[in-house]
Design a protein around this ligand. Structure first.
Ligand SMILES: Nc1ncnc2c1ncn2[C@@H]1O[C@H](COP(=O)(O)OP(=O)(O)OP(=O)(O)O)[C@@H](O)[C@H]1O
Length: 466
């Protein structure tokens, strides 16, 4: 009978050198709907973790001659974020603290009751479910935020989006490139939504999170018993994405085996689950992304050249934020309005020097860094007027940019005139100053200059014009 607290199937790895304890933990957990794998040694546990993801691990702190505490960091490295409950007959406050410091989620003293096991498993599984839910909500927030995020004043970016729109409808393999935080994940999701596969699923695989057989089985699935730890048949992400789009983030991190299988899947649309002879057909559109120079990895033999050719048919390279400066302020204002709503604040505005900083800062972390800075300011700023320090940017950069802003314009002997020995900036400043002085309104001045009103205000601030 399954009296389980979890509505979805979940799995547990029990690591204990005592077969009786393994058996009693198995019984307690199976009643709760878990699929359980029991192993006696740390080595067997690490091997199982290499191949299968588990929701919760029960780890005995005394594994014969081995110490469970020593194995704990390796377990957490194999599957970052996995919940580990440490179990021991020699419960002491110090070992508990030590285990928690090393990253354990909970502590179970021996002898335990079925109710204690159930409670410990429930806490870990529910915390994990909440994390997944949080990530899902975050993705929806990002997708919602991006609804206006493809509008642009930059001719270069607009032409990029036009190309991306054409590529989206083509149903071919796409490779998205660009620095970290330029929006490859958001673009991939948008490509899916605008493609003819939009009614199908969109499935993301973050390749660096997977290694070895675990990667192959996560992508292509496995058959029960295919390896230690394969406690049930499992479909892979390729199957999950059937009829839709499979997004491989950081594709350069694919293992050699996964690369070979993916190439075959792209070439003849077939694959097999690990440990199964049955050939399956895949109707999936592949979108891959990388922020690394994958050609170098191909030259060094880490990434198959034939797969790179296959992925590289249509490449979309997202520009860095510093290469589309005209978009920075409108996007920052978009984020400001967005976070105002989500944080229940109103009437927030950048002070003039904050606006100057937002426009001039190079944003090496691109859209992600901009979004985080604005969210931080909206969350922490004590007043409605956002100050430069509210953005939490590196102090040296802030100082350098704000010094530039407050530097008095050079006293010069040469009059600022067309054809004189002056820079374009000085000419622009002078031209805007004279036009604004004589135009009846800022709107009229902007029209004459052929720029929009926001750009005019930005330039007035930048040149410190009245
Ligand atoms: N078009 C957009 N409009 C508004 N915000 C965006 C847009 N694209 C991305 N962002 C913001 O930037 C953040 C980072 O985007 P994303 O994760 O897509 O970048 P990435 O290039 O895939 O980064 P990495 O290479 O580090 O995985 C998103 O969480 C979102 O907040």
């Amino acid at each position: 009978m399954n009296t389980g607290f979890a509505t979805e199937p979940w799995s547990s790895l029990v690591i204990d050198d005592d077969a009786t304890v393994r058996q009693s933990l198995r019984l307690c957990l199976e009643v709760e709907g878990a699929r359980v794998l029991g192993v006696a040694t740390a080595e067997a546990a690490l091997e199982a973790l290499e191949r299968t993801t588990f929701d919760v691990v029960f780890l005995d702190l005394w594994l014969g001659a081995e110490s469970g505490l020593d194995a704990l960091p390796d377990i957490l490295r194999k599957q970052p974020g996995i919940g580990v409950v440490v179990v021991t007959a020699y419960a002491s406050f110090e070992t508990a603290v030590q285990a928690m410091k090393l990253g354990a989620s909970d502590y179970l003293p021996k002898p335990f009751t079925p109710e204690q096991v159930r409670q410990a498993a429930r806490r870990v599984v529910e915390a994990k479910r909440l994390q997944v839910e949080h990530a899902r909500l975050r993705e929806r927030v990002d997708a919602g935020m991006a609804a206006h995020g493809f509008e642009s004043r930059s001719a270069r970016y607009r032409s990029f989006i036009e190309t991306a729109t054409r590529a989206a409808s083509a149903d071919s393999v796409l490779l998205l490139r660009g620095e970290s935080g330029t929006g490859k994940n958001v673009l991939a999701r948008w490509i899916h939504r605008t493609s003819r596969r939009k009614a199908g699923p969109f499935v993301t695989v973050h390749c660096p999170a997977l290694t070895g057989d675990l990667m192959t089985s996560a992508l292509f699935g496995h058959r029960k018993g295919a390896f230690t730890g394969a406690v049930a048949d499992m479909a892979g992400k390729v199957e999950e994405a059937e009829g839709g789009t499979l997004f491989l983030d950081e594709v350069g991190d694919l293992s050699a085996d996964a690369q070979a299988r993916l190439l075959r899947c792209l070439n003849d649309r077939t694959y097999e689950r690990l440990g199964e002879a049955r050939e399956r057909h895949a109707d999936v559109r592949l979108v891959a992304a990388t922020n690394r120079p994958i050609e170098e990895e191909s030259r060094s033999g880490r990434f198959r050249e034939d797969l790179l050719f296959r992925l590289n048919v249509i490449t979309l390279t997202l520009p860095a934020l510093r290469d589309r400066r005209e978009d920075v302020l409108p996007i920052a204002l978009h984020f400001l309005r967005f976070f105002e709503r989500t944080h229940g604040r109103t009437g927030l505005a950048f002070r003039a020097d904050t606006e100057f900083l937002v426009t001039e800062y190079p944003w090496p972390g691109n859209l992600r860094e901009l979004r985080n800075a604005i969210e931080r300011a909206v969350t922490l700023a004590p007043s409605g007027v956002l100050l430069p320090e509210d953005l939490g940017l590196p102090e040296a950069d802030v100082h350098e940019i704000l010094t530039r802003q407050s530097a008095p314009p050079n006293r010069r002997t040469v009059p600022v005139e067309v054809g004189a020995d002056v820079s374009l900036e000085e000419l622009e400043r002078e031209h805007i100053a004279r036009l604004v002085a004589r135009a009846p309104t800022f709107d009229a001045a902007a029209r004459t200059l052929g720029i929009d009103i926001t750009t005019l205000h930005r330039k007035r601030k930048r040149y410190r014009l009245a």
